[in-house]
Design a binder for this molecule. Sequence first.
Ligand SMILES: Cc1cc2nc3c(=O)[nH]c(=O)nc-3n(C[C@H](O)[C@H](O)[C@H](O)COP(=O)(O)OP(=O)(O)OC[C@H]3O[C@@H](n4cnc5c(N)ncnc54)[C@H](O)[C@@H]3O)c2cc1C
Length: 460
Amino acid sequence: MNDFLQQLAAAIGPQYILTAQNDTAPFTLDWRRRYQGAPLAVALPGNTAEVAAIVRLCRAHKIAIVPQGGNTSTCGAATPDASGRQLIVALRRLKTIRRVDTDNNALTVDAGVTLWEAQQAAEAAGRLFPLALASQGTCQIGGNLSTNAGGVAVLRYGTMRELTLGLEVVLPDGRVLDQLSGLRKDTTGLDLKQLFIGAEGQLGLITAATLKLFPLPSAHATAMVGVGDIETAIDWLNRLRHRFGDRLTAFEVIDANCQQVLLRHHPALMPFSAPWLMLIELSDGGDAAELNDALVEWLATQDMLDGVMAQNETERRKLWTLREEISESQRKDGPSIKHDIAVPTSALPQLVRDCAADLERAFPGVRIVAFGHAGDGNLHYNVSFTRPGNVDLFDDEPAVNAIVYDHVYRLGGTLAAEHGVGQLKKDWLVRYKDPLALELMRSIKHALDPDGLMNPGKWL
Ligand SMILES: Cc1cc2nc3c(=O)[nH]c(=O)nc-3n(C[C@H](O)[C@H](O)[C@H](O)COP(=O)(O)OP(=O)(O)OC[C@H]3O[C@@H](n4cnc5c(N)ncnc54)[C@H](O)[C@@H]3O)c2cc1C
């Protein structure tokens, strides 16, 4: 092992190999503090050639690699096991904005650029890179690609899959696949980049990407509106879509329990109260006042329990801060059994109703905190309860998951809409995913990574 570490140090510089526990600690615990690993070391390569050199050395010594970006995974996808034999390869030093191509509306960046830095690079050139997540200051483009990240603007712009024009990937044998073309069309065979998007680092290490840019909107109209139930919220979604088309950029919902969580941790931000809140945003390239007036006019014709329109950018930011603070507030609020589920939007009301009824039957007094991207049919659905005798909440996780996921799959949904599968949901994936689809994925894994060295212990 010492021989391996010496060769690694020679390849990328000894200062970029961390082995002391104090130095590796920030890389070994996942964001939710549920998974704790013990790596052989953490390697911090500085460019694609160094990543490739690391992968070749790992292959020669049969050392497993755990790719890591910003380590914001909520399902333990970037955490090594406890064997002390896996190498974390953290991409944070790959930070070059390689090209902002305004003529072709394309941005080429290294994988270690944070999402926020990519957004800023686009904005400085008068363009929009539309992926937006609450973790955007920390998560990296490589992590966003590997989880096929979604967020609050999928309704209009799509997930990372739709936002990517090309990738550069170090394959498990150390060769570099360079597909960084910014082409919008290419029918010469299979679209290989899509293999690596959503693969959670199990097929290779992404080192750079060419991403789609869009015109920077000059107008936003943003409102927080309260309604009585989720059926009404979905009815609003459909009518907003019909009225405003793809100017409807975001449609988020927050249930009553989630509002209570926000109230406990951000009382100043929380003047609202309704069974369901909807955060609605329109955006456009035209005149700001016109867009605002159009939404005000439409809202004036609707029934609602509560509602406010952002009058300026500060108020708009305040509404979004409320939404962005939910995950962190929930973390402070104590443990819950978390789900990142999606169903067709038309099935969301049934899911919410039936699932809550079954959970209440099985766990009387259950508390469900639900919020998220209802415009995409995606809810973050978090369950907690107290049991007599101080039983650990997570002892009941399998029973809770079975209830939630049975409903989700009966309604044609998925158990991992945007956060990935990682370690948390890998056994559930085997239970619910089409066996033929899983078999095909495993064949691809075996073809690319026959030694199983890329992020083992996850779902493939
Ligand atoms: C507060 C909060 C809010 C969030 N909101 C959202 C949201 O709205 N939408 C959403 O989609 N997600 C959300 N997430 C989840 C998370 O931020 C995303 O999954 C994000 O895309 C992960 O990026 P990362 O750089 O942190 O990746 P990491 O957590 O470091 O890694 C995630 C996976 O990608 C792999 N990986 C990382 N970099 C590479 C690379 N260069 N090459 C190959 N594999 C790699 C890792 O091995 C791991 O499997 C949220 C998380 C938090 C903490």
